[in-house]
Design a protein around this ligand. Structure first.
Ligand SMILES: [Zn+2]
Length: 236
Protein backbone atom coordinates (compact mmCIF):
# COMPACT_ATOMS: atom_id res chain seq x y z
CA UNK A 1 0.00 0.00 0.00
CA UNK A 2 2.69 2.47 1.05
CA UNK A 3 4.60 1.65 -2.08
CA UNK A 4 1.66 2.51 -4.30
CA UNK A 5 1.27 5.93 -2.73
CA UNK A 6 4.94 6.63 -3.27
CA UNK A 7 4.66 5.60 -6.87
CA UNK A 8 1.75 7.95 -7.36
CA UNK A 9 3.77 10.74 -5.87
CA UNK A 10 6.68 10.19 -8.23
CA UNK A 11 4.30 10.04 -11.15
CA UNK A 12 3.00 13.47 -10.24
CA UNK A 13 6.36 15.08 -9.71
CA UNK A 14 8.43 13.53 -12.43
CA UNK A 15 10.48 16.54 -13.46
CA UNK A 16 13.58 16.83 -11.30
CA UNK A 17 16.25 19.52 -11.65
CA UNK A 18 19.56 17.71 -12.13
CA UNK A 19 21.37 20.48 -10.32
CA UNK A 20 19.37 21.11 -7.15
CA UNK A 21 17.02 18.07 -7.11
CA UNK A 22 13.94 20.26 -6.83
CA UNK A 23 10.89 18.53 -8.29
CA UNK A 24 8.28 19.95 -10.65
CA UNK A 25 4.90 18.77 -11.82
CA UNK A 26 4.98 20.41 -15.22
CA UNK A 27 7.65 20.40 -17.85
CA UNK A 28 7.14 24.11 -18.41
CA UNK A 29 7.97 24.83 -14.77
CA UNK A 30 11.28 23.00 -14.83
CA UNK A 31 12.10 24.74 -18.09
CA UNK A 32 11.55 28.12 -16.45
CA UNK A 33 13.25 27.08 -13.22
CA UNK A 34 16.64 28.61 -12.49
CA UNK A 35 18.82 27.74 -9.51
CA UNK A 36 22.40 28.87 -8.82
CA UNK A 37 24.01 25.68 -10.17
CA UNK A 38 21.85 25.64 -13.30
CA UNK A 39 22.65 29.29 -13.92
CA UNK A 40 26.39 28.65 -13.51
CA UNK A 41 26.28 25.72 -15.93
CA UNK A 42 24.27 27.74 -18.47
CA UNK A 43 27.03 30.35 -18.55
CA UNK A 44 29.75 27.82 -19.28
CA UNK A 45 30.44 28.99 -22.84
CA UNK A 46 31.02 32.65 -21.98
CA UNK A 47 34.58 33.71 -22.77
CA UNK A 48 35.35 34.50 -19.12
CA UNK A 49 33.92 31.19 -17.93
CA UNK A 50 35.99 29.18 -20.40
CA UNK A 51 39.16 30.88 -19.20
CA UNK A 52 38.08 30.41 -15.59
CA UNK A 53 37.51 26.67 -16.05
CA UNK A 54 40.85 26.10 -17.81
CA UNK A 55 42.69 28.04 -15.10
CA UNK A 56 40.85 26.24 -12.32
CA UNK A 57 41.84 22.88 -13.86
CA UNK A 58 45.50 23.96 -13.94
CA UNK A 59 45.28 25.33 -10.41
CA UNK A 60 43.63 22.13 -9.23
CA UNK A 61 46.26 19.91 -10.88
CA UNK A 62 49.08 21.89 -9.32
CA UNK A 63 47.62 21.98 -5.84
CA UNK A 64 46.26 18.50 -5.28
CA UNK A 65 47.29 14.95 -5.97
CA UNK A 66 43.88 13.92 -7.23
CA UNK A 67 44.07 12.00 -10.49
CA UNK A 68 40.39 11.90 -11.41
CA UNK A 69 39.68 14.33 -14.26
CA UNK A 70 37.50 17.23 -13.17
CA UNK A 71 34.30 18.23 -14.94
CA UNK A 72 32.61 21.57 -15.39
CA UNK A 73 30.10 20.55 -12.72
CA UNK A 74 32.97 19.96 -10.27
CA UNK A 75 34.13 23.46 -11.04
CA UNK A 76 30.67 24.97 -10.54
CA UNK A 77 30.46 23.32 -7.13
CA UNK A 78 33.97 24.25 -6.05
CA UNK A 79 34.63 26.82 -3.36
CA UNK A 80 36.86 28.71 -5.82
CA UNK A 81 34.19 29.08 -8.50
CA UNK A 82 33.44 32.77 -7.96
CA UNK A 83 37.10 33.75 -7.61
CA UNK A 84 38.00 32.03 -10.88
CA UNK A 85 35.04 33.50 -12.74
CA UNK A 86 36.14 36.97 -11.60
CA UNK A 87 39.62 36.14 -12.83
CA UNK A 88 38.36 34.87 -16.20
CA UNK A 89 36.24 37.98 -16.73
CA UNK A 90 39.14 40.19 -15.73
CA UNK A 91 41.37 38.51 -18.32
CA UNK A 92 38.71 39.14 -20.96
CA UNK A 93 38.28 42.79 -19.90
CA UNK A 94 41.98 43.65 -20.05
CA UNK A 95 42.57 41.32 -23.00
CA UNK A 96 45.30 39.71 -20.92
CA UNK A 97 48.44 38.52 -22.68
CA UNK A 98 49.31 34.82 -22.28
CA UNK A 99 46.77 33.94 -19.59
CA UNK A 100 48.32 30.51 -18.92
CA UNK A 101 51.63 32.21 -18.17
CA UNK A 102 49.87 34.84 -16.02
CA UNK A 103 48.32 32.08 -13.92
CA UNK A 104 51.72 30.35 -13.51
CA UNK A 105 53.26 33.64 -12.47
CA UNK A 106 50.52 34.30 -9.90
CA UNK A 107 51.04 30.84 -8.42
CA UNK A 108 54.86 31.05 -8.49
CA UNK A 109 54.73 34.39 -6.73
CA UNK A 110 52.17 33.10 -4.22
CA UNK A 111 49.81 35.97 -4.92
CA UNK A 112 46.52 35.54 -3.09
CA UNK A 113 43.46 34.86 -5.20
CA UNK A 114 41.85 38.13 -4.04
CA UNK A 115 44.54 40.07 -5.88
CA UNK A 116 44.39 38.21 -9.17
CA UNK A 117 42.10 40.87 -10.63
CA UNK A 118 44.10 43.84 -9.41
CA UNK A 119 45.40 46.12 -12.18
CA UNK A 120 48.56 46.67 -10.16
CA UNK A 121 49.29 42.95 -10.03
CA UNK A 122 48.52 42.47 -13.71
CA UNK A 123 50.85 45.35 -14.60
CA UNK A 124 53.65 43.81 -12.55
CA UNK A 125 53.18 40.59 -14.47
CA UNK A 126 53.00 42.39 -17.79
CA UNK A 127 56.24 44.29 -17.24
CA UNK A 128 57.94 41.04 -16.26
CA UNK A 129 56.39 39.10 -19.15
CA UNK A 130 57.30 41.63 -21.84
CA UNK A 131 60.96 41.12 -20.99
CA UNK A 132 60.69 37.35 -20.84
CA UNK A 133 58.59 36.45 -23.88
CA UNK A 134 59.89 35.18 -27.20
CA UNK A 135 60.84 38.21 -29.34
CA UNK A 136 58.98 36.81 -32.34
CA UNK A 137 55.76 36.54 -30.31
CA UNK A 138 56.29 40.14 -29.24
CA UNK A 139 56.78 41.27 -32.82
CA UNK A 140 53.79 39.30 -34.14
CA UNK A 141 51.51 40.93 -31.53
CA UNK A 142 52.97 44.39 -32.15
CA UNK A 143 52.55 44.15 -35.92
CA UNK A 144 48.98 42.93 -35.49
CA UNK A 145 48.27 45.87 -33.18
CA UNK A 146 49.64 48.43 -35.64
CA UNK A 147 47.64 46.81 -38.48
CA UNK A 148 44.44 47.20 -36.46
CA UNK A 149 45.29 50.76 -35.45
CA UNK A 150 46.34 51.84 -38.93
CA UNK A 151 43.39 50.46 -40.86
CA UNK A 152 40.69 53.02 -39.89
CA UNK A 153 43.20 55.88 -40.33
CA UNK A 154 44.21 54.70 -43.81
CA UNK A 155 47.86 54.58 -42.85
CA UNK A 156 50.22 51.73 -43.74
CA UNK A 157 50.81 49.58 -40.65
CA UNK A 158 54.56 50.13 -41.01
CA UNK A 159 53.97 53.88 -40.86
CA UNK A 160 51.71 53.89 -37.82
CA UNK A 161 54.46 54.78 -35.34
CA UNK A 162 55.35 57.73 -37.62
CA UNK A 163 51.92 59.19 -38.27
CA UNK A 164 49.48 57.52 -35.84
CA UNK A 165 48.05 58.97 -32.64
CA UNK A 166 50.80 59.18 -30.02
CA UNK A 167 48.31 58.84 -27.19
CA UNK A 168 46.80 55.71 -28.64
CA UNK A 169 50.21 54.16 -29.26
CA UNK A 170 51.31 54.91 -25.69
CA UNK A 171 48.11 53.41 -24.35
CA UNK A 172 48.75 50.22 -26.37
CA UNK A 173 52.29 50.12 -24.98
CA UNK A 174 50.89 50.12 -21.42
CA UNK A 175 48.67 47.17 -22.40
CA UNK A 176 51.70 45.31 -23.73
CA UNK A 177 50.24 45.31 -27.25
CA UNK A 178 53.21 47.16 -28.72
CA UNK A 179 56.42 45.67 -27.41
CA UNK A 180 59.76 47.36 -26.68
CA UNK A 181 61.13 44.87 -29.22
CA UNK A 182 59.34 46.90 -31.88
CA UNK A 183 59.96 50.30 -30.31
CA UNK A 184 63.72 49.90 -29.88
CA UNK A 185 64.51 47.77 -32.93
CA UNK A 186 62.86 49.82 -35.66
CA UNK A 187 63.71 53.21 -37.09
CA UNK A 188 60.15 54.50 -36.63
CA UNK A 189 60.03 53.13 -33.08
CA UNK A 190 63.13 55.03 -31.97
CA UNK A 191 61.88 58.21 -33.64
CA UNK A 192 58.57 57.72 -31.88
CA UNK A 193 60.14 57.44 -28.41
CA UNK A 194 62.31 60.49 -29.06
CA UNK A 195 59.31 62.54 -30.16
CA UNK A 196 57.29 62.01 -26.96
CA UNK A 197 56.66 64.80 -24.48
CA UNK A 198 57.50 64.29 -20.84
CA UNK A 199 53.99 63.19 -19.85
CA UNK A 200 53.82 60.39 -22.40
CA UNK A 201 57.38 59.35 -21.65
CA UNK A 202 56.43 58.97 -18.00
CA UNK A 203 53.32 57.02 -18.92
CA UNK A 204 55.27 54.30 -20.76
CA UNK A 205 58.54 54.39 -18.83
CA UNK A 206 58.05 51.25 -16.71
CA UNK A 207 57.04 49.23 -19.76
CA UNK A 208 60.01 50.20 -21.90
CA UNK A 209 62.62 50.93 -19.20
CA UNK A 210 65.52 51.71 -21.59
CA UNK A 211 68.28 50.74 -19.16
CA UNK A 212 66.94 47.24 -18.52
CA UNK A 213 66.05 46.71 -22.15
CA UNK A 214 69.47 47.73 -23.42
CA UNK A 215 71.02 45.08 -21.16
CA UNK A 216 68.58 42.54 -22.53
CA UNK A 217 69.42 43.49 -26.13
CA UNK A 218 73.15 43.15 -25.46
CA UNK A 219 72.57 39.62 -24.20
CA UNK A 220 70.42 38.60 -27.18
CA UNK A 221 72.36 39.77 -30.20
CA UNK A 222 71.01 37.09 -32.55
CA UNK A 223 67.38 37.88 -31.75
CA UNK A 224 68.08 41.60 -32.10
CA UNK A 225 69.42 41.09 -35.60
CA UNK A 226 66.51 38.88 -36.59
CA UNK A 227 63.90 41.34 -35.25
CA UNK A 228 65.65 44.35 -36.74
CA UNK A 229 65.74 42.76 -40.23
CA UNK A 230 62.13 41.67 -39.97
CA UNK A 231 60.88 45.14 -39.00
CA UNK A 232 63.01 46.83 -41.61
CA UNK A 233 61.59 44.62 -44.35
CA UNK A 234 58.06 45.35 -43.14
CA UNK A 235 58.69 49.10 -43.40
CA UNK A 236 58.71 49.97 -39.66
ZN1 LIG B 1 17.75 23.53 -9.89
Amino acid sequence: MMKLINMNETAETNFVCDFCNKTFQREQSIFKHMCETKRRVSEKDNAGNRIAFQCWLTFYQKNTNARKPKTYLDFVKSAYYIAFIKFGNYCVDVNAINIARYLDWLLENKISVDSWTSDQVYNRYLIYYLREEDPLDAIARSIETTINLAEPDNIKAGDYLRYGSKNRICYKITLGKISPWMLFQSVSGIEFIESLDEGLQRMIFDYINPELWSIKFLRNKDSVKQVKDLLKQAGY
